[in-house]
Design a protein around this ligand. Sequence first.
Ligand code: FSO
Ligand code: SF4
Length: 544
Amino acid sequence: MFCNQCEQTTRGDVCHQWGACGKSPEVDALQDLLVHCLRGLSQIALQAKSLGINTRDTDEFTCEMLFSTLTNVNFTTSDFIAFVNRAIALRDSLKLKIQALGNKVVVSNINTFQPASSLTDQIQQGKDLEFEFISQSANNVDIFSLKLTVLYGLKGLAAYAFHALELNQHDEGLYTFCHEVLADLDNQDKTLQDWLNLALKIGEINLTAMQLLDAGNTETFGHPTPTPVKLGHIKGKAILVSGHDLLALKAILEATAGTEIKVYTHGELLPAHGYPKLKQQYPHLYGHYGTAWQNQTHEFEKFPGAIAMTTNCLVPPHETYKNKVFTLGPVGYPGLQHLSISDVSPIINKALELPGFTDEENKGIVTTGFARNAVLGVADTVIDAVKSGDIKHFFLVGGCDGAKPGRNYYSELVEQVPNDCIVLTLGCGKFRFFDKQLGDIGGIPRLLDVGQCNDAYSVIQIAVALANAFEVGVNELPLSMIISWYEQKAIAVLLTLLYLGIKNIRIGPTLPAFLSANLVKLLSETYHLQLITTPEKDLAECLS
Ligand code: FSO
Ligand code: SF4
């Protein structure tokens, strides 16, 4: 196998034998086979679109399938076989529609590909395709690096687009772009500059995806407002909802309304508490339990109720608690029951069967809900505080968490940020410092939780509004971005920030393994993108 799409890739290089995430070589091969089938489907979808044929099913399927290949999303062999078959069925049905309009289908090796009939042969096909993809690029390591950047960035973009389309937010141009990228992924004529431009274009279209998701979330659930969230628990039956999907959380809240069950958020669903239409309508959305994704094995083990995993990041569950975990949406794991949000009753039955909490514990509160509307609602106060010198600097310390020890950097940095600075955060990286009491500056909290990693759009809007208020560019603001990355959504966000021309971003805990030395050099020369060093050194440089 060959996979280096995430930060925990083996020895910081590539997973060859088995995924450090728990992905088997078989699933890896089937994911590659699926991506190959999607490439053929995209070629046909583009022709169908050019003839005015409705391809919405294919568009949505393509986004969901790319999402299913993200790190820590789906580990189930049989799911990928079904996905491959569905890709071929959609492709062939579009071909028929093209022919029915009196047109000849444009033929290529990719769009006439047939998956083998047995599992063993399909796995071999996936391995062969992977080998072909790697060897096509063997003579140019920098182009290969950019191709991987494009593919992984596209996966992140597709994940955002999938969240958005679940909330009825669509963009035809975005879908066409995704198909164009997939359809042309093996283009041998593209130059290094072409691939670089395409990577930045992914960043541009990802901004559209994040904007759509922001619109979907805020139109459906209202604009988040600052909200205290309880960290303890209360006696009684319990359900824990993890991942990023607000719609799935809503379905569980709806189904448990009026019952004795209390619903707790886990990981990236903490910011859900800030949305008016969730917190006001469902008082049994009790509080938040646990921290970031990589701690879930011991946190899930101890949770005395049912658990729903709505999106990444699922860690292979232990046998001891497997029977109380359910998957929804693009998530899958062998032996875990997969549900649709239209019927979440098995989760409720499981919660009723389990003991629930037998005591009450108060572990304090944290505040979330400082998304763009809330922060920009007090923009005048913020601007005055900057002008008067009360606020010297803003730090965005955001992104993903992970298991590597080097990630202590982020908590140490936040602890050392001077008292006249504000820390904006988002993503699951915040769990390293989310309960720190940093006080306030003239009533403005010094630690502002903007939301999930999916809310990066909110941070961009805050930065742009501040830049406009001070009549400078974002790069001239007293703002430093210190990002932690883990998986492909973070790659898409990074490409968006680069597309927007944002410089001096610090990234860690390591650089992506798929970036070649020349690409790192180019990004550092053009964008001053740099690897984190020590909290002391980086803070001193940011404040100098
Ligand atoms: Fe964390 Fe996982 Fe949100 Fe990522 S839960 S690591 S960027 O997938 O999604 O921040
Ligand atoms: Fe390895 Fe990450 Fe790929 Fe999993 S997703 S196989 S850990 S690089």
